[in-house]
Design a protein around this ligand. Sequence first.
Ligand code: SF4
Length: 424
Amino acid sequence: MNERDSESLAGFLRQMGYDEAASPDEATILLINTCCVRESAERKILGKLGELRKYKLADPDVIIGIGGCMVQQPGMSERIQKEYPYVDLVYGTHNLHQLPVMIEQCRSGQVVDVWNSEGEVVEDLPDRKVDGIKAHVTIMYGCNNFCSYCIVPYVRGRERSRTPKDIVREVTNLVAQGVKEVTLLGQNVNSYGKDLEPAINFAGLLLEVNKVEGLQRIRFTTSHPKDFDLELIQAMAKADKVCEHIHLPVQAGSNRILEEMNRGYKREYYIDLIAKIREAMPNVALTTDLIVGFPGESDDDFEDTLDLLEKVRYDNAFTFLYSKRSGTPAAEMDGQISDEVKKSRFQRLLKLQNVISLEHNRALLGTTQEILVEGPSKNNKEMMSGRTRGNKIVVFPGSEEMIGRLINVKIEEARTWTLIGKEI
Ligand code: SF4
């Protein structure tokens, strides 16, 4: 979401006639677009803001601005004004579309403009520079869930959906510029459309986007298990461009911890949902997010998470050590876990998941997979790389003219993170 905002900011500046500078020394405007999901990021950003002072000293006409999630937190814009008085522009997440006006205004003095409420969804954001064959398309903003560890609902506001018409128009434009795969983006895409009239849900939106000619693949992220319904499973099975990959963050395997996290489901519900998904789409690839060391997580709670991993057998899991995020309820909870315990649990989780991931990849040996060719492999420039419909990276001999094509590759070698094959 943050990257998509950066693309919009760059687009506004391009519309104003600016171009990207090769380095900060050459820039006339320096903007920091912040993310505050992790507190460590916040410390880095403030350090960065301090470093920018030298550019202002070298040239007082340089504009220095900071915006995004971090600035949206109570007291933050005041702190920036006080501790970094040379900053010209401070704005929040809800008014980035006003960047051109704010840039003009700050030529005659500091501008601090942070909206407390989200306002209407703003359309007609500037066209972005399409880079490659894949693009993210925001379908909704904000989140209503208030998971107890998460700052997002406080800094991104409540859920607001874009209309299907605007989304389809954006996807059509991207395809005209060479995009082959879109990822539909929202904090919780499964609650898409609840605020729209006439009513449409995420399943309905997928079927609409599936009609865009020339588009080859559709992905989406992120799903919330509590809102993932059977209609969506059926739509995925029906819409040929929607890839058989679901990222379904579970966060923990213990009912007690799930409740403390305010996730709104129990492990039994989640395991049952996975069974229904696999019944409808036997080849689906499943991935998840897990938080290790949430406040109060006992050894037994952690064993429940390992047990859930054994039962669900994800293709891949993204594991995070719990880190305090001030401004969230979990930061005030008793029973904060020591770093040592968190790290040792993290290692156990990783070890188990690696075994399971390799098992999934080995099951693909000898099969033929449809790959969308993305470009040269990062680790071996002689080879090309692409992804299966299940989002697994496949490396194979090839050349750059294959980029953007769907090809069939026979899998000949399986590693934990990568598959290796040959076009057939
Ligand atoms: S669903 Fe929970 S974790 Fe995800 S953005 Fe909303 S509050 Fe944060």
